[in-house]
Design a protein around this ligand. Sequence first.
Ligand code: A2R
Ligand code: GDD
Length: 314
Amino acid sequence: MIDRALIIGAGGFVGDYLIEYLAKNNADEIYATKCSDQKYNNANARIYNLDILDKESIISLLYEIRPTHIFHLAAQSSVGVAWKNPALTIDVNIKGSVNVLDAVRELYYKPRILLIGSGEEYGHIKTDEVPIREDNHLRPGNIYAATKACQNMIGAIYAQAYDMDLMQVRAFNHIGPGQAPLFVVSDFCKQAAEIEKGLREPVIKVGNLMARRDFTDVRDVVRAYCLLVEKGKAGETYNVGCGKAVYINDILTMIISKAHVNISVEVDQSKIRPVDVPIIEADITKIEETIGWTPQISIEQTIEETLEYWREHI
Ligand code: A2R
Ligand code: GDD
């Protein structure tokens, strides 16, 4: 049971799902933060504005709420945006996370903290390292990945040096209705829905289709986070993924087959990244054994629901 949960960065994709899960399952009181320019509300949580680059504001908020559990979701979360704006990504993902940890430290108390890292941290994975375990070398292949690897290293240092009750995850690609169309499944589904409505020519614009990524429904992901803060071990890092990577091309084929019109495909050079590692696939043995979690929602179901979401929202 969670007394007082605080979700930092709830105005994004995962926040709403996490609040919904907490409200139904674990938490007495739920507090959440958003950026001041975001219009975000949730009847199950008390919402505050917070910029994690402002450490004093984090201290004030923690002082007021005294959360027993902190889920730190706030980030610049797009690999594509990180290539275009590395400095912002470094500020938010590294300095911002250090501010959160320092704010907790300065208040001399010991909440459970979950830091959200990324499967991207592993980066250039060797063939014999797939599926990838938590103790593998990190060889990040992009700026976003490097910031999350750095967050993980700093998190481990804080946990050990200051005896913090801190756990970390490396979340692999998570998808579902409501995700921003910056990310591949949401992007392709939105384009398909626009084509169905005659709002664009019948061509989906794509980037690199030969990458393989490990996709999990966001509802399975938030269930993993909640079980981890109850049963996970301080100081540890856990992969959260489905354990099977699929080609982006196969995702595209699935989406096109579910569309109600004929659609062709065109590569948009602006969507090709300077580096895009070929495969990221999680070994999820550790989390399965620790909390008995496995993903339950199929990728087909998530894609259908994401496509339906865009049909209703454009
Ligand atoms: O960038 P925005 O306006 O979408 O706001 C994001 C917010 N955020 C911040 N919050 C507080 N202070 C900041 N300086 C700051 N900069 C950005 O964090 C957004 O509302 C939230 C993150 O949500 P998403 O980008 O939608 O990520 P998602 O999918 O919810 O992923 C949660 C975590 C992230 O750490 C990802 O890197 C990881 O899972 O995969
Ligand atoms: N976004 C996007 N748009 N990606 C495309 C497209 C396209 O049109 N075409 C191909 N791709 C490829 C990308 O090159 C990449 O190989 C893959 O699809 C997934 O891209 P994204 O959905 O943008 O996600 P990501 O893998 O870069 O990052 C996501 O997953 C990480 C965990 O593995 C994000 O959710 C990160 O926050 C998360 O940490």
